[in-house]
Design a protein around this ligand. Structure first.
Ligand SMILES: NC(=O)c1ccc[n+]([C@@H]2O[C@H](COP(=O)([O-])OP(=O)(O)OC[C@H]3O[C@@H](n4cnc5c(N)ncnc54)[C@H](O)[C@@H]3O)[C@@H](O)[C@H]2O)c1
Length: 369
């Protein structure tokens, strides 16, 4: 499948572009970005058919079947319109959008089109979550609590992101915690009914989500910590047992009937070298990497080449989308899922502002599905 890229910035260069390059079912056809320096480097490295600063050229190209868009979330609607008009399948990075007035028109646009559409909430497509979900589904019973930690180090971000979140007060609840809203919706096969937020507001929050079926999730999210400690961890407690997933590197489950004890580790890489260890050893590698960061690296703000790279599902999500296109299957993380995560984020922010829980209802969205 020939792929056209729109928005070839830091994230795409560190993930989607190399992932498409190594996928035997895909080939890089064209790069589009406004930054001609990026285009020059990427053209030399990946040898596409062409590079361009003109989005329209990508959508007019009859050879391109799927477009991967990794612009910022405030520039998606025009791209979605062009994709639906040209009949090209479209993958957009998360979150779906940034402005509240866009969310319903976007869902309507996709619903009335015949393209496949996916929002890049990648966590469900990680090998670790692919194991956790069936384990959870088989054993879920009674009151269920889910704790998710997603905590990093804001001062290591690229400046444009630091500026947006810390100085301009764009919220990490939209830029990052939406990932976890999507993940827990996917794990529980449901949408939350209530949200409550306490903490710092645009950064460093504790968010409680109440789900149907006696399930409650707490997300501890923020960036006033260190990248020397693994960023993410999930704990699910149900039916007198627990499932613990550490840093996409190891998962263990204990206490369930017929599950003597489940333990599995997942590959991760450091500088391209593959490792498969338990979470403790991976954590030690995080500490070493953090200690060794240079000022030059921090200035750039992207560390994909040197950091401990765990499999959060970035490769898997693109292959999943390609396969859904090929087999003409519905896409799990489509426009409605993307819209739901955006809406949870805005309601979580409302809760932080009012100090009150906020009710959630997605009837209008699912009806329009
Ligand atoms: N899934 C994840 O784990 C993850 C992690 C980091 C970032 N992201 C997401 O990826 C997206 C991009 O983030 P980033 O850090 O790479 O940002 P970035 O600013 O580095 O990249 C965005 C690129 O889009 C280009 N662009 C903007 N307008 C354009 C236009 N009209 N035509 C062509 N190109 C245009 C810019 O020149 C830039 O190169 C965001 O939505 C972000 O939330 C996802």
């Amino acid at each position: 499948m020939k792929i056209g890229f729109i928005g070839c910035g830091g994230f795409s260069q560190g993930n989607h572009i190399p992932n498409v390059a190594k996928n035997p079912n895909m080939s890089i056809h064209a790069f589009c970005d406004l930054n001609t320096g990026y285009l020059e480097q990427l053209g030399a490295k990946y040898n596409p058919s062409y590079v361009t600063t003109d989005i329209k050229r990508i959508f007019a190209d009859s050879e391109i079947e799927m477009v991967i868009c990794a612009t910022k979330p405030d520039f998606r609607m025009p791209i979605m319109q062009m994709a639906t008009e040209s009949g090209k399948h479209l993958f957009v990075e998360k979150p779906l959008c940034y402005h509240e007035n866009e969310v319903f028109p976007m869902v309507k646009l996709i619903k009335n089109s015949n393209i496949k559409f996916m929002v890049g909430f990648n966590r469900p497509y990680s090998p670790m979550m692919q194991d956790i979900k069936p384990l959870f589904k088989r054993n879920r019973k009674g009151n269920t609590t889910i704790i998710y930690r997603i905590i990093g180090e804001a001062r290591l971000w690229p400046f444009h992101h630091y500026d947006a979140v810390v100085n301009k007060k764009e919220s990490t609840i939209i830029h990052e915690t939406t990932h976890i809203f999507d993940l827990i919706n996917w794990l529980t096969d449901s949408f939350p009914v209530r949200v409550y937020t306490a903490g710092g507001g645009n950064l460093d929050n504790v968010i409680t989500l109440e789900y149907p079926d006696d399930t409650t999730a707490v997300i501890v999210s923020g960036d006033n910590s260190t990248a020397g400690i693994p960023k993410e961890r999930i704990e699910i407690n149900t039916n007198f047992g627990s499932i613990i997933g550490d840093n996409f590197v190891d998962v263990s489950a204990f206490g369930f009937e017929n599950v003597e004890s489940f333990k599995k580790t997942y590959n991760y890489t450091v500088g391209g070298k593959v490792f498969n260890t338990d979470g403790g050893e991976a954590a030690e590698k995080h500490r070493e990497w953090r200690k060794g960061l240079t000022l030059e690296q921090i200035e750039k703000g992207y560390y994909y080449e040197t950091q401990v790279k765990v499999d959060k599902g970035h490769y898997g999500e693109l292959e999943y989308f390609r396969s859904a296109i090929e087999k003409n299957l519905p896409v799990e993380t489509g426009a409605v899922s993307g819209a739901v995560s955006n809406i949870i984020a805005w309601k979580a922010i409302e809760s932080w502002n009012t100090h009150l829980p906020v009710e959630l209802n997605f009837q209008q969205l699912t009806d329009s599905n």
